[in-house]
Design a protein around this ligand. Structure first.
Ligand code: SPD
Length: 283
C-alpha cells in the first residue's frame, strides 16, 4: 500500500499526495503540526490534517497575499502579519525596499520550528527588519497602539484557533490599526468548498462595511482544496485596480524578476471573478 496524504474537503472527495516519509509531527497547545516529504511537491506542511504549504507551490499563495497589498500601498513601511508562521509572507513583504519593520504575530511557535527545520527556502527569519512575536494575533491587534501601512492575515482555515480571524470584531480592530491609507489582505478560502461559504461571506460583508474599497481576488494553488483560492483586499484610500497601483506594480523590475507568479497583468486579472464566485459574497 503506497504511503499517501489525503485531505478530504467533501465526504470522500479531496486531494491525494504521495509521501516518502514523515519528517515532523508535534501536537502543540493549539494544533497538530506535521511535515511530510512528498513524491512531487517537496516538503509539505499540514495543520490538523489541512495543507498549509508545499515547497513547490507555496510561492503562489505567498506572492499573491503579499504583493497585491504591498503594491496597492504607495510606500509601505510598517507591516503586520497575523499568522504566517512558516515565514513565506514575511519573505515576500521584505522584498519591498520601502519596508522598515515587519511584525509577524504567530500564535503557535511550533509552526516556525517546523518551517525552520524543513522549509529552509521559505522563511527569512534572520532578517533584522522582522520582529516575530508568539502570541494571539487577535489580542495583539486589539491592544496595539501601533499604526500599520499594511496588515496581512495569513491564518489557517476557519476551524480551531483561526476561527476568530474571520470575525467582524477582529476585522474592525485591524481597520483601527491601519493608517489613513492602509491596506489589508486576507486569505479567504476556496470558492469550490461550500462549507467555507459562510466564512467567506462574513469576511467580505464585514470588510465591505468597514472599508471604502473591498475586493475579492483569486489565485491558483494546486495543493489547496479544488485549486482555486480566494483572497480579500480592503483599502482605506486607493483601489488595488487604480492606474497608479498598476503603474507602481510595473515599476520595480528587480523585484518583479525575483517572483514566479505575481506580475502586473496577474495583479489586474486576479480581480476578474467568475459569476458563481461573485454570488458567494453578494447580498
Ligand atoms: N487550507 C489552506 C489554508 C491556508 C492558509 N494559510 C496557509 C499558510 C501559509 N503561509
Amino acid at each position: 500500500m503506497p504511503l499517501q496524504y489525503n485531505e478530504f474537503y467533501n465526504e470522500q472527495t479531496g486531494l491525494t499526495v504521495g509521501l516518502k516519509k514523515k519528517l515532523f509531527s508535534k501536537k502543540s497547545e493549539y494544533q497538530l503540526v506535521e511535515v511530510f516529504e512528498t513524491d512531487t511537491w517537496g516538503n509539505l506542511m499540514t495543520i490538523d490534517g489541512m495543507v498549509m504549504l508545499s515547497e513547490r507551490d507555496e510561492f503562489v499563495y505567498h506572492e499573491m497575499l503579499s504583493h497585491v497589498a504591498m503594491f496597492t500601498h504607495p510606500e509601505p513601511k510598517r507591516v503586520l502579519i497575523i499568522g504566517g508562521g512558516d515565514g513565506g509572507t514575511a519573505r515576500e513583504v521584505l522584498k519591498h525596499p520601502s519596508v522598515e519593520q515587519v511584525d509577524m504575530v504567530e500564535i503557535d511557535e511550533t509552526v516556525v520550528e517546523a518551517s525552520k527545520l524543513h522549509f529552509p527556502g521559505v522563511g527569512d527569519f534572520d532578517n533584522p527588519k522582522l520582529n516575530v512575536k508568539f502570541e494571539d494575533g487577535i489580542e495583539f491587534v486589539k491592544n496595539t497602539a501601533a499604526s500599520y501601512d499594511v496588515i496581512i492575515i495569513d491564518g489557517s482555515d476557519p476551524i480551531g484557533p483561526a476561527v476568530g480571524l474571520f470575525e467582524r470584531d477582529f476585522l474592525k480592530t485591524c481597520f483601527d490599526a491601519l493608517a489613513d491609507n492602509g491596506v489589508l489582505t486576507s486569505q479567504t478560502e476556496s470558492p469550490w468548498v461550500e462549507s467555507y461559504h459562510p466564512s467567506m461571506k462574513k469576511v467580505f460583508t464585514s470588510l465591505g462595511d468597514l472599508f471604502p474599497i473591498t475586493k475579492m481576488y483569486l489565485s491558483y494553488i494546486p495543493l489547496y482544496p479544488a485549486g482555486m483560492w480566494s483572497m480579500a483586499c480592503a483599502t482605506k484610500k486607493e483601489s488595488p485596480l487604480s492606474d497608479e497601483v498598476l503603474k507602481r506594480a510595473s515599476s520595480n523590475t528587480y523585484l518583479l524578476n525575483s517572483l514566479d507568479y505575481y506580475n502586473p497583468e496577474v495583479h489586474r486579472g486576479a480581480f476578474a471573478l467568475p459569476n458563481f464566485v461573485k454570488r458567494i459574497i453578494e447580498d
